[in-house]
Design a protein around this ligand. Structure first.
Ligand code: ADP
Ligand code: ZN
Length: 435
């Protein structure tokens, strides 16, 4: 059962008609109020009246992260600051932060999108929700806080970090729901195991994880270690934070809140739209936001969109788990490599843990990829020979599936820094001119 079936279950034709109307409004709104968009639309020779059908979105120019940086902090803001009730900023994973201002209406919409996310994950008003996303400028903490509060849950705003305290509070308050990044969930699971706290025997039954790429293998690992259902949350600061999309009980794709976000996938090189079902770069246009609407924002996230009849009854388009960010894509021996591909292959190997990172180095003219991963305790106990055997197994597995030669390194236990937020997966040690 969806939270707002009027929109969440609207027939596709009808929702697309709704999107066209909201898109026209948004285009008019930004042309009138944001000189940056007025100029860009003029250069592209496109007017609000050119938007007649949903496919006409492709006539609009793209917006990129650099446009937000160049117009920092309020150049893209479409309302005077006195109408802004909140300002968030991105965590700056890939550079200078960008701003995310909200009007009171923007905040209310965001909250509803988050309520939908919680509800779809199986969360109900009687649940205790431990919110371990970082609270502050990062949209995760407050976004989840607002959603759970509006749904009527009992919210415990632990924020990220102080892992032992997270575990103690989880025991004391009996949270059924944990919200954090998947990598932090793993850190919590590991610490609990070390402390001999059995999370499986606690009331915890649902996790809502997002803010970084994670594979299905990682989801299964977390589900098994915590004895929970690990659900998905997707979003980005530029579009207002989490609440852009979420998965439902089918756990077979992320429904996008289509009454608020128009999603497209384009070829990341030609920027031409690709047909439904094909992989490419995800593009979003906000449809109802007023403080800082986004027109065709290039997320740099790689995925595909598809429509299918979902058991949950929602008609919203689905997207696959994010395959990776184009920023994190490596080219090794001419092959495009995303950290998520390595992650899923590592999860196939029973002797290793999911604690890993990828180091890129220059070896002569070639780029060399070193996969650093921690083994399970038994491997270290068995001595060096076992260690070499596991390293060889990893290298052969990656070569077999991806056709690339990597160096695998079984690093000492706890060598990989434990994540409390977004995990650092790629360390680029190449000289600057080669990156
Ligand atoms: P930053 O770009 O600084 O990381 P954000 O905190 O706004 O800023 O993060 C948004 C990005 O986080 C998305 O573009 C995407 O790459 C990643 N992300 C968010 N949710 C998910 C998810 N469920 N799966 C994969 N990646 C995600
Ligand atoms: Zn569904």
């Amino acid at each position: 059962m969806p939270w707002n079936d009027k929109y969440e279950c609207m027939p596709v034709k009808q929702i697309q008609q709704f999107q066209v109307e909201k898109l026209q409004e948004t285009v008019q709104w930004v042309i009138k109020r944001v000189p940056f968009y007025k100029q860009k639309f003029k250069e592209a020779g496109v007017k609000a009246t050119d938007i007649k059908g949903i496919e006409d979105v492709a006539k609009l120019p793209f917006t990129e992260k650099n446009d937000l940086r160049d117009n920092y902090p309020f150049g893209l803001c479409a309302v005077p600051l006195k109408e802004v009730v909140r300002i968030h900023a991105s965590s700056g994973t890939t550079g200078k932060p960008i701003t995310g201002p909200y009007t009171a209406d923007d905040l209310a919409q965001w909250t509803e999108c988050m309520v939908r996310n919680f509800y779809a994950a199986g969360v109900r008003p009687e649940h205790v929700v431990q919110n371990a996303y970082g609270h502050g400028l990062f949209t995760g903490g407050l976004g989840f806080h607002q959603g759970a509060t509006a749904l009527g849950c009992t919210v415990v705003p632990t924020s990220a970090g102080l892992t032992e305290r997270q575990i103690t509070l989880m025991q004391d308050f009996g949270a059924q729901v944990l919200c954090c990044t998947p990598s932090y969930a793993l850190t919590i699971a590991e610490r609990a195991e070390e402390l001999k706290v059995d999370i499986k025997s606690l009331p915890l039954s649902i996790g809502i994880f997002g803010a970084e790429p994670w594979t299905v293998g990682m989801r299964e690992e977390i589900e098994a270690r915590m004895g929970i259902k690990a659900m998905e949350a997707y979003g980005l600061t530029e579009l207002g934070g989490p609440g852009v999309g979420f998965d439902c009980e089918a756990q077979s794709g992320i429904h996008i809140n289509e009454d608020h976000y128009l999603a497209e996938v384009v070829d990341p090189v030609t920027l031409e739209p690709v047909p439904l079902g094909e992989k490419g770069e995800l593009i979003f246009t906000s449809l109802q936001r007023r403080a800082m609407p986004m027109i065709r924002y290039r997320t740099k996230d790689i995925t595909r969109l598809y429509r299918e009849k979902c058991v949950c009854g929602r008609t919203f388009v689905k997207m696959d788990k994010i395959f990776g960010r184009t920023d994190d894509m490596l080219i090794i021996s001419g092959v495009n490599v995303f950290p998520s591909q390595i992650e899923s292959l590592l999860l196939d190997i029973e002797e290793v843990t999911p604690q890993y990172r990828l180091v890129v180095r220059k070896k002569g003219y070639l780029d060399q990829l070193v996969v650093q991963v921690e083994g399970k305790p038994e491997v270290y106990e068995a001595g060096d020979r076992k260690k070499f055997e596991v390293e060889a197994k990893i290298m052969a597995h990656i070569r077999g599936h991806m056709g690339i030669s990597v160096e695998a390194n079984l690093v000492d236990p706890k060598f990989i820094a434990r994540s409390e937020g977004k995990a650092l997966r790629v360390v680029d040690e190449r000289p600057k001119q080669f990156r």
